[in-house]
Structures are given as structure tokens and as C-alpha cells.
Design a protein around this ligand. Sequence first.
Ligand SMILES: Nc1ncnc2c1ncn2[C@@H]1O[C@H](COP(=O)(O)OP(=O)(O)O)[C@@H](O)[C@H]1O
Ligand SMILES: [Mg+2]
Length: 250
Amino acid sequence: MGIEVNGLSRIFHDAKRGEFYAVNNVSFSCKPGEVFGLLGPNGAGKTTTLQMISTLVKPTAGSIKVNGYDSVKDPLAVRKQIGFTSSDTGLYERLTAREILTYFGRLHKFPESELAGRIDALAQKLNMTDFIDTRSHKLSTGMKQKVSLARAMVHDPPILILDEPTSGLDVITSQTVHEIVQELRNQGKCIVFSTHIMNEAEKLCDRIGIIYDGILHAIGPLEELQGLTGQKNLEEIFLNVVQGKASAER
Ligand SMILES: Nc1ncnc2c1ncn2[C@@H]1O[C@H](COP(=O)(O)OP(=O)(O)O)[C@@H](O)[C@H]1O
Ligand SMILES: [Mg+2]
């Protein structure tokens, strides 16, 4: 159960670079009750990896199993297992948060009799009660991000794929998101989380994968990465891992 990614690659083309690997032979797993963090700077390949797991982007090579279902062969079954959120997920501008959550809950066949209560509880938890009935085009970035997170959670999926869920959020709202991630983990959810923020990865993730230039350079719990590099803090570990590999490849 959980997520198993094996040898995952994705080639993109653009005018400047021609064909290039946005994601290059990435393998990792995440179990129920675990938070796995993909840590890497902009352009590292985090979003592409998470979109492939979520069936939104097709892999060039490799395999992905989500609770036993294959993301390429059985995308509909995979979508039932996951909640996905990304900072650039569009919301329906003319709907209110409550309408969006109701729509998604029904789409995922969440029991109708429990749906309104579920949405109220999520609104409480995410401090959304003040704007739950405001049309989403009037919401701030942070508010929209909360709606997007609530949308990923509304059908209570066993697996959550959170693509930089705190990017652009203030400290207090980020803190709320961190608490929710910890709570979801305690409920036994499998959570794959991406971030470029070192202390966020350090704080939340049971295991961290350091991704740079499409390559997963190191993977393990913080203590293991510390042992591997002889460095204490994640920033030093990150630089050590990425630059060490770069010079070894030359
Ligand atoms: N649809 C696309 N077409 C071409 N290149 C893309 C596309 N999507 C992403 N890329 C490129 O792939 C690389 C990885 O991007 P991305 O997965 O978004 O990284 P991250 O989320 O870590 O910032 C970047 O170089 C990005 O410019
Ligand atoms: Mg990204």
C-alpha cells in the first residue's frame, strides 16, 4: 500500500534546451502513516514528478503504483485514491469555497449525508469560516491555497500529494498547513509533499528525497542524510549532496 515509484522519467522539449530530462530515473516509496518530502529548488522536477503520480502528466519511462493501482494503466482508479493540491491549481472563480468543496465531494461520491458536515469541519480546521461563502475570485492567494488544500482533503482520500502547499503562505497559515499534515499522518494517510524550504522538510518529513536537475540524489530520514554527508543541517546536507554528485559526474 502507499506509493511506489520506480525508474520514473519524463522528457520535455523546449526551444532553448531541446530534449531534456525534467525527471530522470527517480525511484522512491511512501507508506501509509508516512510523510515523504521531495526537497529541491525551482526547476528540480518536483511538480512533474507529482503530476505523473497524480495521472496528470504521462511518464516517458518507469512505473508508478498508487495503493496497488498503476498510474498509467489505471488512472481512474488512482484518482480515487488521491487528493492532489498544487499552488497553481485553478479554482472555479465564480464559485464559493463551499460550492467548490461540495462539487468535489460529490464528484468523488463522498456520502451526501455527511458532506455538509465534513465541509464545515474542514472550514473550521483551516480557519476558512470567514470566507467559505465568498466567490473565489475575491480571495487572497493564501485563502485560495486553503481552499485548494481543503479540496484535496474533502473526500478523505488515503493518499495526499501536496505540491509546495505552503508556497506563498504567511507564517501562521503555513503553521496551520504543517499541523494538518501532521494530523493526516497520524490518521495513517500516505503523504508526498514537495518543498524548496529546508526547515519545512526537516520539520515534517519522515524521509526526505533530495531532487536536483531531475535526479534524486539522496533519500532517507534526516539522521541518515546527516550520517551520509557528515553535515548537521539540511541546507549543508543539500549542498553537499548536490555538489558532491556534480563533481563526481565530471
Ligand atoms: N510542459 C513543459 N514543457 C517543457 N518543459 C517543462 C514543462 N513542465 C516543466 N518543464 C521543465 O521541466 C523542469 C522541471 O520542472 P518542474 O517539475 O516544474 O520543477 P519544480 O516543480 O521542481 O520547480 C524545469 O526545467 C521546467 O522548466
Ligand atoms: Mg513546482
